[in-house]
Design a protein around this ligand. Sequence first.
Ligand SMILES: [Fe+2]
Ligand SMILES: [Fe+2]
Length: 291
Amino acid sequence: MLKFVHLTDLHLSNPAERPDGYDTHATTRRALDHAAEMFPDMDFAVITGDIANWGEAVAYERMEALLRDFPHKTYLMIGNHDNRANFFARFGDRHPYALPYVQYVDDRDGLRLLFLDSQTPGTHGGAFSQDRLDWIAARLAETDREVLLFMHHHPTAIGAPSMDAKGLMNWPAFHEVLRPHARKIRHIFHGHCHTPLAGSVLGIPFTGLRSMGPQAFTDLKIEQACRWVAQPHYGVVLVGPDSVVTHQIEFAYAGPLMVRDRQKFTDFIALCAARGVEVPTEDPAPMDPVR
Ligand SMILES: [Fe+2]
Ligand SMILES: [Fe+2]
């Protein structure tokens, strides 16, 4: 079983500013501290882009400082808010990049991890240039391993106008690269949408998460960027031989937890009977009284 932490869209800035009114640095620190304490057995963490809000060099300095206190291998990626030059200035030797992109591969734990760079100049949308598409195709073709794929932009249109307007501009070309290898791509993890998402493309499941700053709201009609008050979270991902599961960890929740013993099924039967409902049981009943 592989276990990793997925954070996305940190939107760090300089100490004097709060992007969109959020102390994204404090929230990121809280998320990392929480993850380190709650999941000390994690295999690694991954941050799927938008590390910085305005791409400032100081934002990457602050990222580096946060990681100094985080005792786990952490894969870094960029998004549309990031500045590739400033990222490389701070993290230029951190990963085996396929330059000039923040795109790289790591084979570990029997899997191939593919980290993609979907940033493209001049737009909040993304795109994979032909050289990047060729690189992705080659990395997929050369391995027999199953693949976990990480990217910043959502991997397909999701039917929300405000988010699709800043999605990948060449989804069809990207999908054609994935298509021959779809069966061995176990899962796609992405960011950018600032909302929890689950779906599939070409039969490949994908998962997106909230940000460390503003959270997106959609009713599938709103065309503007729309924010609402929702708590940040991060994901803890469990990868088994036949399953991939993401738990959304509500590290920012400060209210009470209503913990109680699990109800015995025999008590449930009695409660139903008191209301005139007979619960069928098999006889002889190989009954687990709790389950
Ligand atoms: Fe973002
Ligand atoms: Fe983004």
